[in-house]
Design a protein around this ligand. Structure first.
Ligand code: ADP
Length: 463
């Protein structure tokens, strides 16, 4: 049986480092420590918790270059994006350090003179997080920061492909003074660690970012102990470009949304729906930009698009492109690969497909790669129908300068995030999350700390 995770650089196929897999006993012991330390941590006043979180954020910032380099080595994302992700990750810590001081309760007018009613908030208890490989830093802090701010203790299991960034962040938390049992990291395969987490009665909440099938499994397995759950699952984001849209803005923002992390984000533009009167011009302008993208090793300064994370990801992307071409799609650029199965690296060149229809896999499933399928519509009703015809409901985008069109699309689109003339809606101060099979709950903003809190109501009588 393997006792280590081989962390591979997806740009070269070379080993970055081996990480020890924790045994079931070790994970259970970590859970017990997290459970035991909860009482003390929850008692610490909010200002002190905020101070420790800010110190953690500052310590991460002081080590920004090193963290970004590790992130690029294990995830393949361009170094500039990794540096950006470190800022994005600390923005969640800063935000929730402040929010911890604002966990207000309330009083309710009683229905008799002899009673008083008080409502307060308290932390749910020990939280277990399972995080993905596409944003190894930000998906961890987006969970850890509200958990600790609320007074919960925290255990994280990072993705097998990218544990090193998380291990580093947890070390820096200790350096900042966060007690060791309050934040812990365990490593291993998802299904093994996940089962230990869901079986444990000490873990009161599971927070997960990853695929919809795994999310469903975690929800089912959490039923026996009635855990709180937050799920940030798959997406299949539509982009609607209306007839009146500012075309240059639409091209620039679709481009920004699509190629971040080589198209491996759950809010990436996945289906581009352009009004038939401007579709040709839109596709030409986008192709011009996409052809300039340099694909390569993320450590190379010129690189704009890194490799895909692994073979599984590569096979899915290639199968979507091939299926689309078989069913009549035309390739405007890309459809080239630089892959080496033996060495284990997988580059996909940014690809634009036109003549795409809803029968193609690429229009039905999340692709997670640098592919832009473009289809056309003639009426807004038709665009909305196509956009909503998915089990996913995470992010959606539209471009228009007409306020009636904008209002109509905002109201009709069944997505947790609706982005109007904007290709980058993520931020620490906004509620990020999906409808339907894209998830449960929100992360970020004032909503993002709610899932870590219980409401307790006190009824005082005999006054
Ligand atoms: P992807 O297919 O993009 O890797 P996953 O949902 O499989 O997405 O992975 C996201 C996270 O979920 C990773 O940390 C992974 O280890 C974890 N994971 C995978 N399978 C399970 C499982 N059965 N139970 C719990 N966690 C899992």
């Amino acid at each position: 049986m393997t006792t280590v995770l081989h962390v591979i650089n997806p740009a070269t196929g070379e080993l970055v480092e081996d990480v020890k897999i924790n045994s079931e006993e070790q994970i259970k012991a970590a859970i017990e420590r997290g459970h035991r330390s909860f009482k003390q941590w929850a008692k610490i006043n909010a200002h002190e918790r905020a101070r420790l979180l800010k110190k953690w954020s500052d310590t991460i910032q002081s080590n920004k270059e090193e963290i970004a380099r590790v992130m690029t080595l294990e995830s393949g994302k361009p170094l500039r994006e990794s540096l950006g992700e470190v800022d994005y990750a600390t923005s969640y810590i800063d935000w929730y350090a402040e929010e911890s001081k604002r966990l207000y309760g309330r009083t309710i007018p009683a229905n008799t003179e002899s009673k008083r009613i008080v409502v307060s908030r308290q932390p749910v208890g020990l939280v277990a997080a399972i995080t993905p490989w596409n944003f190894p830093a930000a998906m961890m802090t987006r969970k850890a920061a509200p958990a600790l701010a609320a007074g919960c203790t925290f255990i994280v299991k990072p993705a097998e492909d990218t544990p090193l960034t998380t291990i580093k962040l947890v070390e820096l938390a200790y350096e900042a003074g966060i007690p060791k049992d309050v934040m812990q990291c365990v490593n291993g395969y998802g299904s093994n660690v996940g089962k230990v987490f869901t079986d444990s009665k000490y873990i009161r909440k599971i927070t997960f970012t990853g695929s919809t099938p795994v999310g469903k499994l975690l929800i089912k397995n959490s039923a026996d102990t009635i855990k709180h759950i937050s799920m940030e699952l798959g997406g299949h984001a539509p982009v609607i470009v209306a007839e009146d849209a500012d075309l240059d803005l639409a091209v620039a923002q679709t481009f920004a949304s699509k190629f971040r992390n080589a198209g491996q984000t759950c809010i990436c533009a996945n289906r581009v729906l352009v009004h038939e009167s401007i579709a040709k011009e839109f596709a030409e302008k986008l192709t011009e930009e996409v052809k300039k993208l340099k694909v390569g090793n993320g450590l190379d300064e010129e690189t704009k698009v890194g490799p895909l994370i692994n073979e599984k990801g590569f096979d899915k992307v290639v199968s979507h492109v091939e299926d689309a071409i078989d069913k009549g799609a035309q390739v405007l650029c890309g459809n080239e690969y630089n892959a080496n199965r033996e060495k284990g690296y997988y580059f996909v060149y940014p690809t634009i497909l036109t003549n795409v229809n809803t029968e193609m896999k690429i229009m039905q499933e999340e692709t997670f790669g640098p592919i832009v399928p473009i289809t056309t519509f003639s009426t807004l009703e038709e665009a909305v129908e196509i956009a909503n015809s998915t089990q996913y409901g995470l992010a959606s985008y539209f471009f228009t300068n007409d306020y009636r069109t904008g209002t109509y699309l905002y109201e009709q689109l069944n997505f947790g995030i609706v982005s109007w003339n904007d290709g980058n809606p993520s931020a620490a101060n906004v509620p990020f999350g999906g409808m339907k099979e894209s998830g449960l709950g929100r992360e970020g903003g004032m909503e993002g700390i709610e899932p870590y809190l219980e409401t307790k109501y006190l009824s005082i009588g005999g006054i």
